[in-house]
Design a binder for this molecule. Structure first.
Ligand SMILES: [Zn+2]
Length: 755
């Protein structure tokens, strides 16, 4: 994902208005380069390095603030020149001119927000705090500029009479729609009300985030005796004693809540009453059971969002916010999830019964409850699948995973080759740099790989661009992948867990989406696609991590050099299908709950005006789903569902994206396997129909071009063990055709699962 999207600066920097020259008449070949102007701010001029890669050796922390200020001023001037142009508005003098604006801002933002994510310090954090609201205001001043919108609208209204390439047409549409979405078409009074709502939402959602955090941080769960914590490790018990003491209750034990409904310590806890106590504290978080209660805030947020949607003439918030998605309406998202409900409910009941059996075997006389679930599920998993993570890791060394696994896959599928280079400056000594060569041997772009965990890096894994591919500026992609693999001590081999292997393939899938970009305009280039699409190409590439031919090339034992045994991979595969009634079920329930809250009309939302009514609505919404919500509660309940209620929009009406892209992914894996697996022909077809298309096309059409049909949810259900494989289904076919070594479907890793 683009890191810029995670910041307040997203729109100005990557939402449709990147690009822009220091002087608009320049083309990229004539723009002055860094060498020729001494004493200037680094970001004023284009990098003189190959591929315009950032020159980290030449950038000083003192450059950022003046660069942001100057860059905003330049873009402001560029916008003013568009508005002041005496000529009639045209695609070129308005839409393209806007696309070209803010080029220096893109340059400084791409480097600055990369570093605040990967190698930050107090100074960078301070600048970030100061600049983010200003960038956000700067972006508003463009998208809500009435004179600019008048010109954009004039071009848009004339579109039927113009001759444009499909990409031009898409740029026009996206530019127009994003301004309308921001409120450009509203009356002055409506726009004033939208601004008020935005401010109010910003306040109320921030309060929600703080209260939800307080409900975790300030309300640990206390236990009187050590016996209550039986089963926990010595260090967990010591921490619990320490926390109780810090909380003013020495001699007791306290456990802090984590953000999901399930709590990580529950499986280890032997004392059932203590498990129930911890679980119930989590489940009833911020719902009025204690003095922290977010229900009034929820009522307010839902009401404000519905009101805002109504001002835009939309029936509900979900309809308003899904305007640029692949799934175009709340009903379509609900229908999609509805298809999984019968199989999922059945699996929840079946797994529940299995766990109750297990409990009886152990001498217990009770039916499984949510606080028991993982304790017994983990026991079954350990007995049946016996996957020893340490043993698995011996087969995965980082350099081999990247060069003999990920790069090998890219060579087989797409004909790419890679050359390590050490001449380009890096921002940290642990960053590796490669030139990527295309199938015809020409330069495709540059790839930075930043694999290791460090205190200055935020958690997780992600991809973004230093330079976006575009023909407008004649630029090739400069792309990075960031991971958080624990670094081995000096002198020891760098082994990685299977989850990180999967993540490396996943992130490189994003990178390929960026490298194969074939667009004129940077704002439609590569991964600049919808929230419910962008994770799909990356997830598909996880399939190759366990594909026999790839695996044989890179998964070699660190001491013996032996290839990973088939049985071990089989076990990893099989264990991934177990417990999906819970693992998958809780995510589906959260996604459905999100959609239920955001598909309310203004009148419906306004009627939910007391804490009691918030609880009642949640309860009825969950009951309506047809899932076993008492046995498997949602991953987040309303009162602490931060993804959707913290931040003015957050992931609201978007939590389903995790499921949707997984569905596309599984359907695509089936296509690859039905068509012969890892071949250049398949890779070239995927590149042609999907990876090279950026955000230029209708997503459903794009998908049909690739697969020759609409995606089918069945393959996801099979992969999750929620539906039976039919004879001759792709996984079996592939097993047969790849000399029977390993099943070819891959295992999901950390990167693609919901958090
Ligand atoms: Zn991703």
């Amino acid at each position: 994902m683009r890191i810029l999207l995670a910041t307040a600066a997203s729109l100005a920097l990557s939402g449709g208005f990147h690009g822009a020259a220091i002087a608009q008449t320049n083309t990229s070949t004539t723009v002055t380069t860094q060498d020729s102007l001494e004493g200037a701010n680094y970001f004023e001029l284009e990098s003189s390095l190959p591929f315009k890669a950032p020159d980290f050796d030449a950038i000083s922390e003192d450059d950022y603030m003046p660069a942001f200020e100057k860059a905003m001023a330049i873009q402001k001037g560029e916008i003013q020149r568009i508005v002041d142009n005496p000529a009639q508005p045209t695609f070129e003098n308005t839409i393209v001119a806007l696309e070209k604006s803010g080029r220096m801002l893109s340059r400084v933002g791409a480097v600055f927000f990369h570093l605040t994510g990967t190698n930050t310090n107090d100074r960078l954090d301070e600048i970030n705090t100061e600049i983010s609201p200003r960038l956000s205001a700067h972006s508003d001043s463009i998208v809500l500029n009435p004179e600019l919108f008048a010109r954009v609208k004039a071009v848009y209204d004339n579109r039927a009479a113009m001759s444009m390439t499909p990409e031009d047409a898409k740029l026009l549409e996206e530019t127009y729609k994003s301004m309308v979405h921001a409120g450009a078409e509203l009356t002055d009074a409506e726009r004033e009300r939208v601004k008020e709502i935005n401010t109010e939402l910003s306040t109320v959602t921030t309060e929600f985030a703080q209260e939800a955090r307080n409900a975790m941080a300030d309300q640990p769960v206390f236990f009187d005796s050590r016996e209550d914590l039986a089963g926990l490790s010595e260090s967990d018990i010591t921490s619990a004693a320490k926390l109780a003491e810090e909380e003013g209750q020495p001699g007791k034990y306290a456990i802090a809540l984590q953000n999901t409904t399930q709590q990580p310590l529950l499986p280890s806890m032997e004392n059932r009453a203590a498990r129930e106590k911890l679980f119930m504290a989590s489940y009833h978080r911020a719902d009025g059971t204690t003095d922290v209660d977010t229900r009034e805030l929820v009522a307010k947020i839902v009401e404000l969002r519905a009101e805002k949607a109504a001002l835009f003439g939309e029936p509900d918030w979900a309809s308003y916010t899904m305007y640029d998605r692949m799934v175009e309406s709340p009903q379509a998202a609900l229908d999609f999830m509805g298809q999984m409900v019968p199989a999922l409910a059945e699996t929840q009941r079946r797994e529940g019964a299995l766990l109750t059996e297990k409990i009886a075997e152990e001498g217990g006389d009770f039916e499984v409850q949510p606080w028991d679930w993982y304790r017994y599920a983990n026991q079954i998993k350990a007995e049946q699948y016996q996957v020893d993570d340490d043993e698995v890791m011996q087969y995965f060394q980082l350099d081999k995973v990247l060069e003999d696994g990920v790069f090998y896959m890219a060579e087989k599928l797409y004909g790419l080759t890679f050359e390590r280079r050490t001449d380009l400056p890096v921002y940290h000594p642990d960053v590796w740099v490669y030139t990527v060569k295309d199938r015809d041997g020409s330069d495709l772009g540059v790839f930075y790989f930043d694999p290791f965990q460090r205190p200055s890096k935020r958690g997780g894994a992600w991809m973004s661009n230093f330079v976006d591919q575009s023909y407008l500026w004649n630029e090739k992609p400069v792309i990075y992948n960031v991971l958080n693999i624990p670094k081995a001590p000096d002198g020891e081999p760098q082994l990685v867990s299977f989850d990180w292997v999967n993540t490396a393939f996943h992130e490189f899938g994003h990178a390929l989406h960026g490298f194969f970009a074939d667009q004129t305009y940077p704002s439609l280039s590569g991964t600049a696609t919808a929230r419910d699409f962008v994770e799909y190409p990356s997830q598909v590439h996880e399939m190759w991590a366990t594909y026999p031919e790839v695996l044989r090339n890179y998964a070699k034992h660190v001491d013996t050099g032996e290839t990973i045994p088939t049985e071990l991979v089989d076990k990893i595969e099989a264990s991934s299908k177990f417990n999906q009634g819970y693992d998958f079920g809780e995510v589906v329930e959260a996604a459905l709950l999100d959609m239920k809250w955001h598909a309310l009309s203004k009148a419906e939302a306004a009627a939910i005006d007391t804490p009691e009514k918030v609880s009642a609505y949640e309860d009825s919404a969950l009951r309506d789903l047809g899932l076993e919500v008492d046995l498997v509660p949602p991953r987040y309940r309303t009162t602490y569902f931060n993804h959707i209620f913290s931040g003015p929009a957050g992931y609201s009406a978007g939590y389903y994206s995790y499921l949707w892209t997984q569905m596309l992914d599984r359907d695509s894996r089936a296509w690859f396997l039905q068509n012969g697996g890892l071949t250049r022909e398949n890779g070239d077809h995927y590149r042609e129909t999907v990876l090279s298309q950026g955000g230029t096309r209708d997503y459903s059409e794009m998908y049909r071009d690739f697969a020759g049909r609409d995606p089918d949810v069945q393959y996801m259900l099979i992969a999750l063990g929620l539906a039976e494989e039919q004879p001759g289904t792709p996984e079996q076919t592939a097993g047969d055709s790849s000399d029977g070594k390993l099943p070819a479907g891959a295992v999901d890793g950390g990167a693609s699962s919901a958090n």
